[in-house]
Design a binder for this molecule. Structure first.
Ligand code: CO8
Length: 373
């Protein structure tokens, strides 16, 4: 049986930081402008005033302190409240491909590989920049890879679901070395004008190299002992943007065309699902959760991760057992658990076990059990 390893990871980090204080200041300026513009309707009771956001709420409810974004000015402009990206000609590398190539180059360098060694590219993210041609094929060409590429979307679980496809491809022999990239330009599909969610997301791109153990040469390798995917339909996290919007004659910029959620329900329903999923997966390998050295969990909410760990271990975790990166990056959709792995794996010892786990819209949950070689 072919043994498969993660032999390198990479991280593209956007140039701009938005702190909670800056975010709240922009939101409250937007609220003041809107409330002034609609003062008559608000006074007549036909329209609700927009309530201010607060740094205290954001930090207490989520643990998020800041986020990285590709464009800051557009997001913080109270008359705009979304990023400004220049349209690119078809001949130019697309923005999603550009950040994916940046992360991919780092992952390739870490794995001691070049683009020519790669024979499959999976571009896995919660939103795609366009319908086609696939971003993965553009990235494949940009790094000089052979083989094939395709895009896939399982919302926040896109990375772990892609890792399973990569492992299967290497085991089946359809690829030798797979690049998985997760370009998450969340700033373009977050509703920055909605107080309930304006603080949640940040931009980033992660990359992972997956190959057969006998071709891997990097100094650090993680054997993938198993992967387990699960989905269960829910509309509690949703985005109705799509190619049918025009035909449906509804508002292409309507509120439901960006991210929206029932945050409380998601919190309550996903925590037990994620804990049970990880436990079941570990048991298939006869491993108890307490034998796991580190959990690299999806990064949506600090309280969620603390509860998942408590359910698994029967005690409170800490930053060593389950590192948090969401304070710095916010929720980066599918990239979150991979950033946690990328940032926090080098200190582990040979033989240590770890779990990369994502959970999100769908609902979808994906776990990857790894062992340091
Ligand atoms: N500032 C001040 N007060 C606020 C704010 C704000 N910004 N927002 C809400 N409040 C107030 C509310 O009005 C409410 O007041 P009151 O009690 O007087 O009615 C109070 O605060 C509590 O509001 P909520 O019940 O809404 O707040 P919660 O404590 O539930 O916290 C969270 C909200 C943080 C969103 C929380 O529910 C949460 O994190 N839930 C988990 C859900 C989650 O993480 N979802 C995302 C996971 S899926 C994913 O990661 C990716 C999805 C697919 C990819 C899409 C990529 C874009």
């Amino acid at each position: 049986m072919t043994r498969v390893v993660i032999s390198g990871t990479g991280l593209y980090q956007p140039p701009h930081v938005i702190t909670n204080a800056e975010l709240v200041e922009a939101f409250n300026a937007y609220a003041a402008l809107q409330n002034k513009q609609h003062a008559d309707a608000i006074a007549a009771g036909t329209r609700a005033a927009i309530t201010n956001s607060s740094v205290e709420f954001i930090e207490k409810a989520s643990g998020i302190k800041q986020r990285y974004v590709i464009d800051k000015a557009g997001v913080l402009d109270p008359t705009r409240m979304y990023p400004r990206f220049e349209a690119r000609a078809d001949e130019q590398l697309s923005l999603m491909a550009e950040i994916a190539v940046d992360a991919a180059k780092q992952a390739l360098a870490a794995a001691g590989k070049t683009g020519a060694d790669v024979d499959a590219v999976l571009c896995a993210a919660a939103n795609m920049q366009r319908a086609y041609p696939a971003m993965a094929v553009e990235i494949q060409q940009a790094i000089g890879a052979g083989g094939y590429g395709f895009d896939m979307n399982v919302a926040c679980s896109s990375a772990t679901f892609a890792i399973e496809q990569a492992v299967n491809a290497v085991k089946a022999g359809s690829a030798r070395c797979v690049l998985v990239v997760n370009p998450e330009i969340t700033s373009a599909h977050l509703e920055w004008r909605d107080r309930d969610c304006h603080f949640i997301f940040g931009d980033v791109c992660t990359a992972v190299i997956i190959e057969a153990a006998d071709t891997a040469t990097s100094s650090e390798q993680w054997e993938i002992l198993g992967t387990k995917l699960a989905t269960e339909f829910s509309s509690n996290i949703r985005n109705n943007f799509g190619f049918m919007n025009r035909a449906e004659d509804n508002d292409p910029l309507g509120r439901d065309k960006t991210f929206y959620q029932e945050g409380r329900k998601v919190f309550k329903e996903v925590v037990p699902m994620a804990a049970a999923h990880i436990e079941k997966h570990l048991h298939t390998l006869r491993v108890e959760p307490t034998q796991v050295r580190r959990f690299w969990l999806h990064q949506a909410n600090q309280g969620m991760n603390q509860l998942v760990i408590k359910k698994l271990l029967g005690s409170d975790g800490n930053a060593d057992i389950a590192p948090l990166i969401l304070d710095e990056f916010a929720n980066t959709a599918s990239a979150g658990s991979v950033i946690a792995f990328h940032r926090h794996h080098s200190d582990l010892a040979k033989g240590d076990l770890g779990v990369i786990c994502s959970f999100g819209a769908g609902y979808s949950i994906g776990s990857v059990i790894v062992k340091k070689r």
